[in-house]
Every structure is written in structure tokens, then in C-alpha cells.
Design a protein around this ligand. Structure first.
Ligand code: GLC
Ligand code: GLC
Length: 640
């Protein structure tokens, strides 16, 4: 322990709290020291003291109500793994206008079973284009259009009072070019020296660009942007992985790491429970690599995580790492040995494979890819989701595709064709291509869940049978996501089957980015119709509530246990099984094809002893010892 820290802690926190603080610090000390050493070499000794003092200051400033929450979570460290934890994701303005109006809208969420609210970027962004708030100009202020920091604290307190938790984004790969740090760096202020990276000519940028995939090839090719004011006015190529106004922070500079730690712990003290750590794969760069998922990016996350929890032990991290399956579980700390990193990560494999399965009517690829994923550490869990605010990128590996007789490239292209409605198959998805790259043939998909499921097309054509099928697809997707284990995330508007929204085209700051088509304002008029069980909205809302209720009663859906994907004798039925030490066996199944399929009843119902606890069509009939799953049907069976 750095000399003097124990006395400082006692003075700042009082004997009892200091004792707990020092116990937490002592527990992570070897990891923190090793991480600093790995990243910053011989500067580590001095940095250790400074980092722990940043944590101490935050601990001293932590409000009493949050310390009580911390204590409860130290008693129940798996609090976020409970099946009662169910998420909802929305933009404040698109959901209800402002933060002040939010507490008045919580009944809608409570009725859906929400206990975890992810509010999309709400910190003060730059003016004009800001990538949906992912270009932050000030981490300590709320976007004035949404309210104030005091409003955010009030929202957090209200949520806590209702047994809900608050998740916000922490955009830490980059800041807006208008951020105080960026302005200081540009002006040559020594306090911000080395906060960002700029090169005087194209030599290194070209060398890096040769191996780094492009995120936004259409309007932001490459990873660098020319900034005439950079490098003392001589001009330079600034590192900008995303849009030109999002400047990548340079974490090889430990001052950046300490500064970001200060922002995280400060925000934690406002009442944030979960930080969605944005774009973390990109945080560390090395020549000759893709610039993603480098070991140092993990070490950095481990470091920030450990120090944040020394200050605020109730806070957890969620990794936004939308990467290939082999690179994903490491963000949950599954390295050659377990190293605590993030408690949560997006299960983008499940998301992608569900859409792929619906397009092909075949679950083999999903079974193959999910079946070979490495297990996640028991202290962590997934966030499972049908879709989010971003495009869907087809993270299907060539090896997984080949294992089921598909060509990876051709399959990804097929999925783009299918979901952009170019391929006329069993249903018409009304998505759109995002970032089509003619050079590589890559593209991703935008569109709301309902539109991608064929609901928009069915409504436009007045085709009742197609509408029915579209609803069954939406129900199936959410049934897997709510029953797979991990925190299910409901994307705002999906509870009403909201279709694509063209409204963004009228706003010049949004028009060039078609991801806005699937971020519709919540249709409150439609929520009124949701009371009618025969309406479209009523049916989807009822489905979500049913899933939420059924899930809460299933101990096997708690985190800490893997879902095991099993072959029950049909290529079109995805079957997964969970064996939780405190609950009986749980089996979920989903027929991704439009035709009835039969599966081995023993595998699913445990020799007929498990009751069906939820399903699209009630308990499934048995014929000749096999269960019959209707087209696009799903069911959950659980050992009593
Ligand atoms: C994340 C966000 C995405 C944003 C990017 C840059 O991936 O989800 O919306 O464009 O980071 O911050
Ligand atoms: C982030 C996400 C990626 C997405 C991109 C733009 O990089 O990880 O999936 O395509 O942002 O939305």
C-alpha cells in the first residue's frame, strides 16, 4: 500500500469506512500494480499512489445513499445476475422529452418488468453532428436539451427507490474535438500534452490504415483526420477512429488514464450503477494490427474497473465490444486465467445468429457458433438483446460458416441482401444497408426489429397471414433473449412493434446516418392502444409482460451459469439448456422455420417431467415420442 494512504483514508473516511476502503484496495492492489507496470513501465510506482488517491477522493465524496447501496451489493455481489433484472434501452428525448419528465413515465417501464434502465448518451455533446451523443464535450454536464446533472441525480435516486438501476454510456475511446482536453491539447497546454495523437504526414497513418478496418467508410474513410490547427499550427493527422470530430484519446499516456478514472468515479457518485464502456476494443493501438482487442486494451479496462470499484463497489462495467466470437469473452475477464474486467458484455453472437437463423430457417449455424464459445466467468453475465441502437454487423466467422457448409462471405452478403429486402425469401425485411463498402463488399444493416421481422411490409400490404408470421418472429426473438440467461434488453419501441422511422431525414445532422431509422421516438399514442389485447401493440406488450413474469420465476435464468446449446434432432429448432445449482434444469426451444418441426421430447421435457412455463402456443403436443413445435413457435420448459 502506498505510504501514508492508510492515514489519509482514516482522515477522509473515518475509521470504519477507511477500513473497508483499505480492504478493497488491498484486494486489488497486486492487479492494479501489475496493470500499471504493464502499461506504463517504470512510472507505475508513482501512478499507483495517484490512482488510489483518485479512488479515495471519490470514496470520500460518495453520497450516503450510494454507500448504502454499495453495502447491499457487497453482500450480494451477483445482484445484476438475478432473473428479476431486465433492461430497457432508450434515448431520453425520444422516450419522454427530458430527464425531469422521466420519473413520471416509469409506470410504463415497471409494467414491462424493467429494473435496469439504459439511457442512451446524455452527457453534453458537441454542437451539430455528434454521433447520437457519442461525441462528448463535457463528462460532468448533461446535454442541456435533456436537463441538468441535478436532474440526472434525481432520476437515479427515483430509480433506486423503485428497485431499478441506471446505466449510462461512458464514451472513453474518444472525446469530441470541442472537449476541454482537446482544446488544451491543440493550444499546446502542457497539462494536456499527449492526450491525443497527431502525425505530421501520411507515413504512419498510411501504415496504420493498411491493417485497421474502417468503421465508417462512406463519410469517414481511414482512421485519421487532417486538422490544420494541430501540431502547433503546422497541421497534423489526428487519430479519429470514428467520425472526424471524435478524437481518440491516447492511453499510452497515463495522464489520460487518470483523467478518465476521475470522470468515471465522479459520474459514479451521481448515482450511475452500470457504465456501458463504449467502443472498448479500440482503446489501444499497435502498428500492423487491426487496432482492436489488443491485450493492453484489456489491461486498461481491468485497471479502470478495479480502481472504480475501490471507490464505488456497487458499480459494474458493461463492455460494448461488438467483435468476433473468439474475441468476445475476454471482455468478461475470461483470459488464460480469470482477470476481473467487465461484469457484463453484449452477447452480439446470439443477436446476430438469431437474425441469421430467421433468414435461413435453419438453426445449425447458431448451434455451431454458440456451441463452441468459451465459457464465461461465473461472476459475470451477458446482456442479451434482439437489436440495439447500432447497425447489425454480421459477426459470423468463416470457420463457423464452413463448419455448416456455408461460405462466410457469401452468407454475410446473403444476410445483407435479405434484411435490406433485396432477396425475396420467406418474408420481406424492410431494413437498409449501412456503410456499404464497395472495396471489401462489406455492409451492415439498419432497421427496427418489427421492420426487419416483416411486420412493416405485412401492414403495408394488408397481409394478415404475413403480419401474424412477423409477430411470431418478433416473439421468438424476444423469447430467446429473455430465456437465454443474462440481462435481456428491450429496445424502446419494440414493445409496440414500432416500424422504421423516416423522421431523421428532415434533420441535416442526422440524415446521413441511417441508424436513426431504428431509433424512433416512443409512440405514446400507441401505448394507449396497448391496453387492447387484440391490437398489434397490445399483443406485443402482452408478450413482453408474459416473458418478464415467467422469467422472474425461473431461478435457472440467473447468471453464473452457461446456456448449453443442444441438438434435439431438428436443424430448424434452436434448443438450449441451463443447469443452475440453485434451480432445476431449464430448457428453451425456438423453431426458426415457418414449418412445424419435431424434436426429441426427452431432451426437452426431461422424460416428460418438466412443465411448460411459457410458450407461443402453450404446452407442445407429443407425437410418436417427439414434441411438435409449430412454425416460428417457442417454448420454455423447466424442472419444477
Ligand atoms: C459505439 C456506439 C456507436 C458509436 C461508436 C462511437 O460503438 O454504439 O453508436 O458510433 O461507439 O462512439
Ligand atoms: C461500433 C460498434 C460497431 C458499429 C459501429 C458503428 O464500432 O462496435 O458494431 O458498427 O460502432 O455503429
Amino acid at each position: 500500500m502506498p505510504p501514508g494512504l492508510a492515514d489519509e483514508a482514516a482522515a477522509a473516511l473515518g475509521e470504519d469506512e477507511a477500513d473497508a476502503f483499505l480492504a478493497r484496495a488491498g484486494l486489488v492492489l497486486p492487479d492494479v500494480a501489475a496493470a500499471l507496470e504493464r502499461l506504463y513501465g517504470d512510472r507505475a510506482g508513482d501512478l499507483l499512489g495517484r490512482a488510489l488517491r483518485t479512488a479515495l477522493q471519490a470514496a470520500a465524496e460518495r453520497p450516503t445513499a450510494l454507500r448504502r447501496l454499495d453495502r447491499r451489493r457487497e453482500i450480494d455481489p451477483g445482484w445484476f445476475q438475478s432473473p428479476r433484472v431486465q433492461g430497457y434501452v432508450c434515448y431520453v428525448d425520444r422516450f419522454c422529452g427530458t430527464l425531469r419528465e422521466l420519473p413520471g413515465k416509469l409506470d410504463h417501464l415497471e409494467a414491462l418488468g424493467t429494473t435496469y434502465l439504459h439511457l442512451m448518451p446524455l452527457l453534453r455533446p458537441r454542437e451539430g453532428e455528434n454521433d447520437g451523443g457519442y461525441a462528448v464535450a463535457d463528462y460532468r454536464a448533461v446535454d442541456p436539451r435533456l436537463g441538468t446533472m441535478a436532474d440526472l441525480e434525481a432520476v437515479a435516486a427515483t430509480l433506486h427507490g423503485r428497485g431499478m438501476s441506471l446505466c449510462i454510456d461512458l464514451v472513453l475511446n474518444h472525446t469530441a474535438r470541442e472537449h476541454r482536453w482537446a482544446r488544451g491539447w491543440l493550444a499546446g497546454d502542457p497539462a494536456y500534452a499527449g492526450f491525443y495523437t497527431a502525425f505530421p504526414d501520411r507515413q504512419l497513418p498510411d501504415a496504420y490504415d493498411a491493417t485497421i478496418p474502417e468503421v465508417f467508410p462512406d463519410r469517414a474513410p481511414g482512421s485519421f483526420s487532417w486538422v490544420p490547427e494541430a501540431l502547433g499550427g503546422a497541421g497534423g493527422w489526428v487519430w479519429t477512429t470514428f467520425w472526424p470530430y471524435q478524437w481518440d484519446l491516447d492511453y499510452t499516456n497515463p495522464e489520460v488514464t487518470l483523467a478518465v478514472l476521475g470522470e468515471i468515479t465522479w459520474l459514479a457518485n451521481r448515482g450511475v450503477d452500470v457504465f456501458r464502456m463504449d467502443a472498448v476494443p479500440f482503446m489501444w493501438k499497435r502498428l500492423g494490427t487491426t487496432g482492436q482487442n489488443l491485450p493492453e486494451a484489456h489491461v486498461l479496462l481491468q485497471l479502470l474497473h478495479a480502481l472504480t470499484r475501490v471507490a464505488a463497489p456497487g458499480v459494474v462495467f458493461k463492455a460494448e465490444a461488438i467483435v468476433a466470437p473468439d474475441d468476445l469473452v475476454q471482455y468478461l475477464g475470461a483470459h488464460e486465467r480469470y482477470r476481473p474486467e467487465c461484469e457484463l458484455a453484449y452477447h452480439n453472437q446470439l443477436m446476430v445468429l438469431l437474425w441469421s437463423s430467421l433468414a435461413t430457417g435453419d438453426a445449425r449455424l447458431a448451434r455451431q457458433a454458440l456451441g463452441r464459445m468459451r465459457p464465461i466467468p461465473p461472476a459475470t453475465t451477458w446482456c442479451t438483446y434482439v437489436r440495439g441502437h447500432d447497425d447489425i454487423g454480421w459477426a459470423v466467422t468463416d470457420a463457423d460458416a464452413a463448419a455448416v457448409g456455408l461460405d462466410g462471405f457469401a452468407h454475410r452478403r446473403f444476410l445483407n441482401d435479405f434484411y435490406s429486402g433485396r432477396f425475396v425469401g420467406s418474408f420481406v425485411a424492410r431494413g437498409a444497408l449501412f456503410q456499404e463498402n464497395e472495396a471489401t463488399g462489406d455492409a451492415r444493416i439498419s432497421g427496427t426489429t418489427a421492420s426487419l421481422c416483416g411486420i412493416e411490409d405485412a401492414l403495408d400490404r394488408g397481409d394478415d397471414a404475413a403480419l401474424e408470421a412477423g409477430l411470431r418472429r418478433l416473439g421468438l426473438l424476444y423469447a430467446v433473449v429473455y430465456g437465454f440467461g443474462g440481462i435481456p434488453l428491450l429496445y424502446s419501441g419494440d414493445e409496440l412493434a414500432q416500424r422504421n422511422d423516416a423522421g431523421y431525414l428532415a434533420d441535416p445532422a442526422l440524415a446521413p446516418d441511417n441508424r436513426w431509422m431504428h431509433r424512433p421516438p416512443l409512440d405514446w399514442a400507441a401505448t394507449a392502444r396497448a391496453g387492447d389485447p387484440r391490437s398489434l401493440e397490445g399483443r406485443v406488450t402482452a408478450l413482453v409482460r408474459r416473458l418478464a413474469d415467467a422469467r422472474r420465476g425461473q431461478p435457472a435464468l440467473a447468471g453464473g451459469t452457461e446456456s448449453e446449446v443442444v441438438d434435439a434432432g431438428s436443424d430448424a429448432v434452436l434448443v438450449w439448456r441451463r443447469r443452475h445449482p440453485r434451480g432445476g434444469t431449464f430448457v428453451g426451444l425456438a423453431n426458426v422455420s415457418a414449418r412445424p418441426q419435431t424434436v426429441d421430447a426427452d431432451t426437452v421435457t426431461g422424460f416428460g417431467t418438466f412443465p411448460c412455463v411459457a410458450g407461443s402456443d402453450g404446452a407442445l403436443p407429443v407425437e410418436d415420442g417427439r414434441l411438435v413445435v409449430p412454425g416460428l413457435g417457442w417454448a420454455w420448459y423447466a424442472e419444477p
